[in-house]
Design a protein around this ligand. Structure first.
Ligand code: FAD
Length: 308
């Protein structure tokens, strides 16, 4: 059983490894290598999230949680457990994650001033440069490789091809529903912080503070249909000052990097099989701001859809 995966971001690499684990012989064709994708810019936290299609996305997120629990036992994977608090200015009522063992709803007394709801979440921090290369090493150890080149048409392939092209799906398969959501992040040194905190109450002014092994990743922006890859200094200042509001230990830390990534958004994540002129195409793209959160669940569904 042979399959070609288009894309070497978190979706393509995870899908390739999942297919190999199911006995497939897999190669990846990608225009950009793993460390030049949107995936490497991501904050890359596994946390509570809601995506469409709703029921499938919940199942994908939970499956990814299970796999990340296993990967957190492997030091080289770049996956570590992360406790974080997510705060909301308005209490929007019950959520699907309220009864999950990895979430604990904060009581009123535990909430900082100005917040009406919040959760403590035992999730995961994935360090993208380490994790993506670890996935690549898994692929290569099982005999797979990454060929770097743009693909103009899926019709050049035979058998099974998996489309993990993210934003590239607009051109590759003519999907006008995929659009960029610009995200800028600021990196500082890590002064010894081990827990994360976020406030995404305002969709247009999100704020998060997540620790990595040696740095902090601070966000962010969520700008719909904005494909500007240039970092903006005034946004970096706003991100830093909002982050300090959430985590005062950041005061005075020098900024070590500012990055921008374009989330591949879509009304719903497309994990779907299509048969076109004898070619089996399985799509896996459009994960928006949840590519890591959904990665293993989606990849394993691709394996099921690919058959074999
Ligand atoms: C600031 C920011 C913070 C984020 N935080 C999180 C988070 O905390 N948790 C989370 O789960 N997600 C987060 N995300 C979202 C996450 O980064 C994306 O959902 C994920 O990276 C999408 O991965 P992908 O592999 O589908 O696409 P990409 O990483 O964009 O990879 C696409 C691949 O397809 C290739 N490709 C495209 N077109 C072609 C073509 N025609 N021919 C050949 N190759 C092609 C590209 O070269 C690339 O290799 C964040 C994103 C940003 C920007």
């Amino acid at each position: 059983m042979e399959a070609t995966v288009i894309g070497a971001g978190v979706s393509g690499l995870t899908t390739a490894v999942a297919l190999q684990r199911a006995g497939w012989s897999v190669s990846i064709v990608a225009e950009s290598p793993p460390l030049e994708t949107t995936s490497v810019v991501a904050a890359a936290v596994w946390t509570i999230a809601e995506m469409s299609p709703v029921e499938r996305s919940r199942a994908w997120a939970i499956r990814s949680y299970e796999v990340f629990s296993e990967l957190a036992q492997i030091r080289e994977s770049g996956v570590v457990p992360l406790r974080q608090r997510e705060l909301e200015r308005d209490d929007l009522g019950p959520s699907w994650w309220d009864d999950k063992p990895w979430v604990h709803r904060l009581s009123r007394e535990d909430l900082p001033a100005g917040y009406s709801a919040g959760w403590e979440i035992d999730g995961f921090m994935v360090e993208p440069p380490i994790y993506l290369l670890w996935l690549q090493s898994q692929l290569e150890q099982a005999g797979g490789r990454i060929e770097l080149r743009p693909v103009e048409s899926l019709a050049e392939f035979d058998g099974v091809v998996v489309n993990c092209s993210g934003l590239g799906a607009r051109a590759l398969v003519g999907d006008a529903e995929v659009f960029p959501v610009r995200g800028q992040v600021v990196m500082t040194e890590n002064p010894g912080i081990s827990e994360g905190i976020s406030d995404e109450s305002d969709q247009h002014r999100i704020s998060y503070v997540y620790p990595r092994s040696t740095t902090m990743v601070l966000g962010g922006t969520r700008q719909l249909r904005n494909a500007d890859l240039e970092p903006h200094p005034e946004e970096a200042e706003r991100i830093l000052s909002d982050a300090i509001h959430l985590q005062p230990r950041l005061i005075g830390l020098p900024v070590v990097d500012v990055k921008v990534g374009l989330r591949p958004a879509r009304a719903y994540v497309r994990v779907e099989k299509e048969d076109v002129d004898g070619l089996t195409i399985v799509h896996n793209y459009g994960h928006g701001g949840c590519g890591y959160i959904l990665s293993w669940g989606c990849a394993e569904e691709v394996v099921t859809l690919a058959g074999g």
